[in-house]
Write a protein of this length. Structure first.
Lengths: 306, 329
């Protein structure tokens, strides 16, 4: 039981780290540009597809990853220049609509280019296999690598945002955009930079998860909604909030799915417990979100919106 | 200054109200003649399409009530479509087939769901509100996906449609169409009266200037929550009709894409005037049908259309009409 718990806890952390990579870009774009981007999940999906293609062409995981990162960065830049740039001054409703249209376009575009059957990405041999944790417990190296990659990214983001000039401008822009602009900072270039970087982070998440998940067209949507939940819990614009929110959502979701039915079995008969557990487990995250919002409408680390 | 802003809309309002009401009446009359047209050109599929349009017009109009008049961009409204549809499916599975009871159950469950989720969502505004309603919509979606007793992810086929006073009247597509149209007209009249009432004015006032409304002594929250609940209940009526039309229910009815499509309908027609939502539902569904005839990849072009409308035709059809007539966009 304890080893199962530890295993699921690690799975939860791994999922949380993945969510953080997606939510980080999203929360920056929200916080600094006050921009609703439904197309962010699509970037995650495109990252995974590009990874599948480049890994196949080059035959190497590392080269595939590097190319996929560069390509999602370019993809993000193109989207920003063509569409998003025109939407910053619009109402949230317009932003929702245009990015919703973009989701439809990219989803269908992916279907045209890569077809509808799911793709797989081979596991890099260096990270294949499992290592012993405690006692008889084994854990896949690759999942540990994902956790490590996510933590390193989080650390890097924290350093950039808190200890560099660009990070200072980002924080200033999130607090008061027009003053930063008035002080002579090219805000529009800053936006482009943040957007493209966020796109690359989402693409990175898609690329590194592709060896353990099948790559298909629906993959962006479930994580998009969970990334929203993460941001709402953490507070819009807060990287720290996104990190803690992502870990919380990842762990709660994973543990809820595996231990919900087990816990319910102590109060009802097994078949009813597994049925009820399966029905309730996907809702646990949303109930958590509702509870946190009830106490703190602006999220854990958000500034008060009202 | 304040006297000006108070009287200016009052002066501008009457002719606009008249036009949009006339357009709505013309639309209803047009709908009523569809079965005749379908008979003339011998195309039974036309009636099916028209029924779908009428049903989605109800849902879009319900959404417009809060989105247009209350500036509450709910991205989870498909949940109520689903609740309505599953009210038909689940009650029918237990042998309760009466349309009235289906409607009653759908409206009651929706009212409870809307009151709880709306109560939490309305503590926030703007981007938060959009994301939270989206999340609650997905919560409802996943609930029905994992409800394996009623088909789970695959949904379930209905044995037969709802009955009216024990009679299987709705089995006839023509009757179903006129019943749906009747609901549309009645709910339009109800919504139009609602937005013109004191309640509607408080709602619109809160949309325009929340702080001023508070300053003159209105707490916006109960008004907004009531509107949210009414809108959810109206949408669930559309859900009941949708399940009867397709004789099938599935969680796909409440997928977030469906919520997005509802917003698309409202915005295509033009927000905040009820008639626009009806026109928007018509445009969106006809465009969808037409594009899917032309190409398998119709979503690509529909998405492109959306992006172009937002970038180059803000305000939708109503905005276009207003610009042609020389008013403000």
């Amino acid at each position: 039981m304890t080893s199962l718990f530890l295993l699921q806890l690690l799975n939860g952390v791994q999922f949380g780290v993945l969510l953080f990579l997606i939510a980080a870009g999203l929360t920056l774009v929200f916080g600094i540009m006050d921009f609703v981007n439904l197309a962010h999940g699509v970037l995650y999906m495109v990252g995974a597809y590009l990874m599948a293609t480049f890994a196949m062409i080059t035959g190497s995981f590392a080269a595939g990853l590097a190319l996929a990162l560069a390509a999602t960065l370019v993809f993000g830049l193109v989207l920003e220049l063509l569409v998003f740039r025109k939407l910053y001054d619009r109402s949230h409703l317009d932003q929702v609509l245009a990015t919703f249209g973009l989701v439809m376009i990219v989803n269908e575009g992916v279907r045209i280019i890569w077809g509808t059957s799911p793709l797989t990405v081979p596991m890099p041999p260096l990270l294949a296999g499992s290592i012993p944790l405690v006692g008889p417990l084994q854990y896949p190296v690759y999942r540990l690598a994902i956790i490590a990659a996510g933590l390193v990214t989080a650390l890097g983001l924290w350093l950039v945002i808190n200890h560099t000039r660009v990070g200072m401008l980002l924080r200033a822009g999130a607090t008061n955009r027009s003053i930063v602009s008035a002080l002579g900072v090219n805000v529009s270039r800053l936006f482009t930079l943040v957007f493209a970087f966020g796109a690359m982070l989402a693409g990175f998440a898609g690329a590194i998860i592709s060896p353990i998940l099948s790559v298909d067209t629906g993959m962006g949507e479930s994580v998009l909604i969970l990334a929203f939940v993460v941001i709402v819990i953490g507070g819009i614009g807060s990287i720290r909030g996104a990190f803690l929110g992502a870990l919380l959502v990842g762990v709660v979701d994973t543990l809820g799915r595996s231990f919900g039915p087990i816990l319910l079995r102590t109060i009802m008969d097994p078949s009813a417990a597994s049925q009820t557990g399966r029905t309730l487990a996907p809702m646990v995250v949303y109930i958590l979100m509702a509870a946190i919002l009830f106490a703190r409408p602006a999220g854990l680390f958000g500034r008060n919106t009202s | 200054m304040s006297a000006n802003t108070a009287t200016a809309p009052a002066k501008a309002l009457p002719p606009r109200v008249a036009l949009r009401t006339w357009v709505a009446i013309a639309l209803f009359a047009g709908f009523a003649l569809v079965p005749v047209l379908a008979g003339l050109i011998d195309d039974p599929f036309l009636l099916v399409t028209a029924t779908r349009i009428v049903v989605f017009a109800i849902a879009a109009m319900a959404l417009d009530l809060i989105l247009g008049y209350g500036a509450m961009v709910s991205f989870g409204h498909a949940a109520y479509l689903g609740i309505g549809a599953y009210a038909v499916a689940i009650l029918s599975a237990y042998g309760i087939t009466d349309l009235g009871l289906h409607l009653l159950a759908a409206v009651m469950v929706s009212a409870v769901f809307a009151a709880i989720t709306g109560g939490i969502s309305l503590r926030t505004r703007g981007v938060y509100f959009i994301m939270i309603t989206l999340a609650f919509g997905q919560m409802a979606y996943f609930f029905f996906v994992s409800l394996s007793a009623f088909g789970g992810d695959d949904g379930m086929t209905l044995g037969r449609r709802s009955t009216v006073f024990g009679q299987p009247l709705l089995e006839d597509n023509l009757v179903l169409f006129y019943v749906a149209l009747g609901f549309l007209v009645a709910l339009y009249a109800f919504s139009a009266a609602l937005v013109r009432s004191r309640f509607g004015r408080v709602l619109t006032g809160t949309r325009e200037n929340r702080i001023r409304m508070q300053a003159i002594g209105f707490a916006p929250f109960p008004y907004q929550l009531t509107a949210f609940v009414i809108s959810g209940c109206m949408t669930s009526v559309a859900g009941v009709l949708l399940a009867n039309q397709s004789e099938f229910v599935s969680p796909a009815f409440m997928n977030w894409h469906r919520s997005g499509e509802l917003i698309v309908m409202v915005v295509l027609g033009g927000i905040g005037n009820l008639t626009g939502a009806i026109g928007g539902a018509m445009i969106a569904l006809l465009l969808e049908d037409w594009l899917s005839l032309l190409t398998r990849h119709w979503r690509l072009f529909f998405g492109l259309f959306l992006v172009l409308v937002v970038l180059y035709a803000p305000g939708g059809v109503t905005g276009l009409i207003r610009r042609i007539r020389g008013g403000p966009p």
